[in-house]
Design a protein around this ligand. Structure first.
Ligand SMILES: *Cc1c(COP(=O)(O)O)cnc(C)c1O
Length: 396
């Protein structure tokens, strides 16, 4: 087999074999529609409740507060649009940040076209929002604060508990996009004052096309898909039973393995970061050093073009990303890297590597060695780098 080192786990993860195994019988044997009356099919209703229970238990939520969706994007859309509509009588102001996933940002733009007003909070150079700025942004007519738990590009973990506290002090709903955080960081919806939380199966070794939205009991939110009575009449459509079984098994696995798995990832992450910083000049670590997802490594390299770096890494069997999967392919630098203050030309030379529990120190060595070699080649081809080195030399 060709060598492949997969370092794009923020884009998607491998479905764990035990998850696939749990799902299989729900395609071939237990294929009944959970809404049917006869026992063969109706048994699947209990199975779905069991999965809901598992996820609720991990979050410290109630079983009936978990709603299955088709993934992170749907959960984000639902939380924002439905809460905006349900609370429109109270006000039409929403607060979010500049570094959200496009599932949040584009939904906010949609709401702006429909008469809502959105405040986009700036972030500092590590990617944190400013809590004082948040407090100052809250108005009489603010109905919702939506701030992501952890950023998918630079890995920065926000002070979620404090954000929730501020929201609740002001009687404002708090939604968080927890897609990158779930399974990587312990989450407790009560302690953290979270009213709604989005998550997606394929980001924590579950299947694609299944996610959930946690909605705190008492939060007014309208149905997202109209039709049958599934998901307490809020999200109609025959349940994706294999997907639900898969996300339940993946959530259970993620919780069970979290401590050991993230400790290992952290170790390889920090090893990689320190080797890169020592051995590759003119680089910058993006995101915070400690409040950072355990598997995230994100660097900008000066005088390097990110896309061609990715292509050269691909030739060596290394799968990585320059920004988020949704923005790569376009030439605009990532909105997240611009928001943390990187100039365009430096943002263009950025590389995101997101590890898994399978990433070893040997993998990290192979990747850093490859990076050193490729970056050297790229810089030698760069007229800007040549000028820069000449200037450096004349200065010393
Ligand atoms: C991947 C991701 C999403 C979208 O999830 P899908 O399941 O792919 O729709 C949303 N938010 C964040 C932070 C993500 O990383």
């Amino acid at each position: 087999m060709e060598k492949r080192i997969y370092l794009d786990n923020a884009a998607t993860t491998k479905t764990a074999p035990e998850v696939v195994e749990a799902m299989l019988p729900y395609f071939t044997e237990h294929y009944g529609n959970p809404s049917s009356i006869y026992g063969f099919a109706a048994a699947n209703k209990e199975v779905i409740t069991g999965c809901r229970e598992k996820i609720a238990g991990i979050l410290g939520a109630k079983t009936e507060e978990i709603y299955f969706t088709a993934g992170g994007s749907e959960s984000d859309n639902w939380a924002l649009v439905a809460a905006a509509e349900a609370y429109a009588a109270k006000g039409k102001h929403i607060i979010t940040s500049r570094i959200e996933h496009h599932a949040i940002l584009h939904t906010c733009e949609y709401l702006e076209k429909r008469g809502y007003e959105v405040t986009y909070l700036d972030v500092d150079e590590a990617g944190f929002i400013d809590l004082e700025q948040l407090r100052a942004a809250i108005r009489e007519d603010t109905i919702l604060i939506s701030i992501m738990f952890a950023n998918n590009e630079i890995g920065t973990i926000q002070p979620v508990e404090q954000i929730g506290q501020i929201a609740h002090e002001h009687g404002v709903l708090f939604h968080t996009d927890g897609v990158q955080a779930f399974g990587q960081v312990p989450i407790c919806v009560d302690e953290m004052h979270i009213d709604m939380l989005s998550a997606s199966g394929h980001k924590f070794n579950g299947p694609k096309g299944i996610g959930f939205l946690y909605i705190r009991k008492g939060v007014k939110i309208r149905s997202f898909i109209h039709g049958g009575a599934q998901e307490r009449k809020r999200r109609a459509g025959t349940e994706n039973v294999p997907g639900i079984v898969g996300i339940g098994a993946a959530a259970e696995r993620a919780a069970r393995t979290m401590e050991e798995r993230t400790a290992r990832e952290r170790e390889v992450r920090d090893y990689m970061i320190s080797r890169i910083e020592k051995e590759i000049p003119y680089c910058r670590l993006n995101g915070d050093r400690t409040m950072r997802l355990p598997n995230n490594v994100n660097f900008s390299f000066r005088f390097v073009e990110g896309e061609s770096l990715l292509i050269r890494l691909d030739r060596k069997g290394i799968c990585a990303s320059s920004g988020s999967a949704c923005t790569s392919g376009s030439l605009d630098p990532s909105h997240v890297l611009l928001a943390i203050g990187l100039p365009h030309e430096i943002a263009h030379g950025s590389l995101r590597m997101t590890l898994s529990e399978e990433t070893t120190k040997e993998d990290a060595d192979y990747v850093v060695d490859a990076l050193k070699e490729i970056i050297q080649i790229q810089r030698e081809m760069s007229p800007l780098y040549e000028d820069f080195i000449k200037k450096e030399k004349s200065r010393s």
